[in-house]
Design a protein around this ligand. Sequence first.
Ligand SMILES: [Zn+2]
Length: 558
Amino acid sequence: MNNNQRPGGQPRPGNNGYPQGQSRPAGRNGYTQNNPPRNGAQGNNVPRNNQQNNIPRGNPAQNGARGTYNNNQRQGNANGRTANSRPANGRPANAPRQNYRAPAKRSAEPQKIKLTAEQIEINRVQRQRERYYAKKRRASAIRTFISRFIIYLVLVVILSGVTAMMFFYNLVRVSGSDESGYTYEIGGKRSTLRYVDAVRDGRVYVSFSDIADLCGLAVIGDVDDIKYVIKSDEAETIRFLTGSRVAYVNKVETRLGADSYYKDGKVYVPVDFVKTYFKGLNISVDSRKHTVTVDRVITNLGDDGKLPKNTEAEYADLYFLLQYPSTVDHIDEEEAAAAVPMPELGFLTDLSGYEQYLNPGNTPEYLTLVNTTHNLDATYVPPDLTSVVNTRNDGRQTQQMRLYAEKALEAMFIELKAAGYEDVSVTSAYRSYATQEYNFNNRKQQYIAGGMSEADAYAATAAVINPPGSSEHQSGLCADLHNLPAADVAFANEAAYTWLKENCWKFGFILRYPEDKVSITGISFEPWHYRYVGRFHAQQMKTLGMCLEEYWTYLGNK
Ligand SMILES: [Zn+2]
């Protein structure tokens, strides 16, 4: 390598000769000059040369020393090298020369060419490899970037998708609870109704026409005044004056919680009314899911609640709950009013807005007699329970009464307060069968725990608590009202009681358990317990001096 830069610029003869493509003889000369001493000094150097030649990295130095290796003249080196090896092999007077030449020619010469080419190739490959790896690194960086970008993009898409779904879910949920319609399944037949038709006045409606189809009821009359009859017992009828609250259950005039209506060939009524008065049906209302399901009660279901295979369903009898004495709905109101004239009311306040509730007419609906011999069905829940606004404000649950009774009670409280009695309030009104049952059993267990027999405990309990089904509180037509910490006969000493006793009839109420009727009612004097019957009957009973049991007998004997 340094050969070209030798001082004096006089390269060795060998150097000049070989690289410039001079003939071999010149090269030979060059070699004879340069090599013999070295070879001579080294003696048997041939094998070494061979060895050296075989070491790829060692050769350039060796060659350089001999002036044969030149980077600038790589192509020319091929010749130089050929020459280079020759002296080794062709040394004069070297006997083993012939032996060595052959292998040297075969191995060293091609090896030298190959080595250089290999070097070039290695460099080229290395550069190529570097370029390749640089390219690969760039490509891999790009791939990493792209894949990360895609992951982020996917995440963003998923997140925005989830957000959008939540948004729409909320939207649907809100509209679902407020505006979406109701789905009905009546005897397995599905239908839907828009919300405005499914819910009116806060009440869920059902098509009575569909229920009549399910039960095979006969239909009589037209859409304004339509009557449904149970075919197996024609005495069982239900009748609606469509467009009003008036309905007749077994000829007994009653009130729906809201107006019935006619639409698209069907009569719609509040479902709670059907649930209350139509027996032999399973009716479930899910006001959250907006579904109403109506089916006939099946009596031969298996223990698993399913109909056994190959068995035909047997249905429970259909009937309507109200069964009043036939005489009650034949009162001649005019005759009765003539016999017992209606006194002046003399209200202190304007109660004209309440008049319809104070005097619902000659309707026996609110005359229901509930006592130990006239029990209410365990399943009876009044159809139109309404919050009692005059519930005592001491943290207790807001009490409930049937709509007409509650409105009439509101009016009575307005007058009561106007008369100066502001401390009276309602402590108890509607009580469910289950509540009464719980209270009754609770007390009975106390007696049994105290050592009484079952029969004695029952009798002792019944003396203070009405057995379930026999409490008037289940009717939703009565309320306990007073101004004492707890209901007590001491209320009879209060001026408020005197006012109530004298005026409650004007609002359609009676003192249900008077002091002088204990032997008839079977209940001790309760100055706090008032029962709604409507003004007409209340005034009759007051004037006649009768309690409800007596009045029933009176009406039945007329
Ligand atoms: Zn009571």
